[in-house]
Design a protein around this ligand. Sequence first.
Ligand SMILES: CC(=O)SCCNC(=O)CCNC(=O)[C@H](O)C(C)(C)COP(=O)(O)OP(=O)(O)OC[C@H]1O[C@@H](n2cnc3c(N)ncnc32)[C@H](O)[C@@H]1OP(=O)(O)O
Ligand SMILES: O=C([O-])CC(=O)C(=O)O
Length: 378
Amino acid sequence: MIVCEYRPGLEGIPAAQSSISFVDGQKGLLEYRGIRIEELAEKSTFLETAYLLIWGELPTAEELAAFEDEVRHHRRIKYRIRDMMKSFPESGHPMDALQASAAALGLFYARRDLDNPVYIRDAVVRLLATIPTMVAAFQLMRKGNDPVRPNDDLDYAANFLYMLNEKEPDPLAARIFDVCLILHAEHTMNASTFSARVTASTLTDPYAVVASAVGTLGGPLHGGANEEVIQMLEEIGSVENVRPYIEDKLQQKAKIMGFGHRVYKVKDPRAMILQNLAEKLFAKFGNDKFYDIAQEMERVVEEKLGHKGIYPNVDFYSGLVYRKLGIPTDLFTPIFAIARVAGWLAHWKEQLAENRIFRPTQVYNGRHDIPYTAIDQR
Ligand SMILES: CC(=O)SCCNC(=O)CCNC(=O)[C@H](O)C(C)(C)COP(=O)(O)OP(=O)(O)OC[C@H]1O[C@@H](n2cnc3c(N)ncnc32)[C@H](O)[C@@H]1OP(=O)(O)O
Ligand SMILES: O=C([O-])CC(=O)C(=O)O
């Protein structure tokens, strides 16, 4: 048995061998299956990237067309899932609604056939296809409206925006949204992916794998930070307030949302791309006053925390892009989940290919040999 020292948060401890993605946190480099994220953001689409992540190679034109077709034909959700979502409290968070709905899918596909490539492909297609529909449906139903049926004439990203806003999106907006999905699709052994792999290692079904990962993604230290960033920008309210806000937070030893990363010690390459995308949207659809506040935050945080390697992460600029696309703040993290399901499924498949159940150890620091005290003597 290998014994190593306890490292809080498992910092620096490899939890798997993986060929899905690679991060160099000193250089600010991210690759999916060896391809730089900048190149995928420029040239690929989300579904092509999902295929690359899950099956390991870029698809041929035929393979891609077949995959896109399968996903398009599985976009509708069952009435019973829709009715279940309708019964959720409107005030509930859409991440909780998504987690429950993803888990509920498993009720309909209870057969588990993990050695069968057809089963694997069906589950991949179904999850990629229905998660956006579930996010959009809950959003409309909690406002008292009926969900919008998926539009088979639209591609993956455009169809999501259509289901959300009940109208066809502007092509630039749809392309930018698709790039956001590419950027969020995968990121090595982050907390939600680790959670997905732990769940996968018990040989449970892929719906449970995704549901556990969604639950993990939602926290404010992980994907949930994108929502908190916008709330922070609202609270700061003006460029002049940035410095006192940050100084106050640092004095209280509080975290500044959207900054810092376990692996990146420079600006996250995805934050750079998202910042450029936000600028493209502002050029076409008008500025956002929060952008000036965000840029000032970046300057002040670098001045105060740059020496600790604390820079903007992926969650810092994504919200500004989504705001300009007219997306409500509490859907930012569910949108992250729509993208990350590709990475989770890639890791699910990789885990199954060489599975051993996750069962780490612990450092026990409790007591021993304590006599039981009768209830009336406590
Ligand atoms: C998709 C994603 O998950 S991206 C991350 C999204 N999360 C956030 O934006 C939340 C804010 N950031 C954070 O909480 C952290 O940077 C995390 C969770 C991302 C990484 O956490 P860890 O690797 O465990 O770093 P840890 O919390 O130990 O911080 C190391 C040091 O940097 C400081 N630090 C890290 N992030 C921040 C921050 N955002 N604001 C202020 N200080 C910070 C810590 O206070 C600590 O300082 P110390 O050594 O003087 O005590
Ligand atoms: O890698 C991490 O720890 C968090 C992150 O950036 C991601 O999941 O995209």
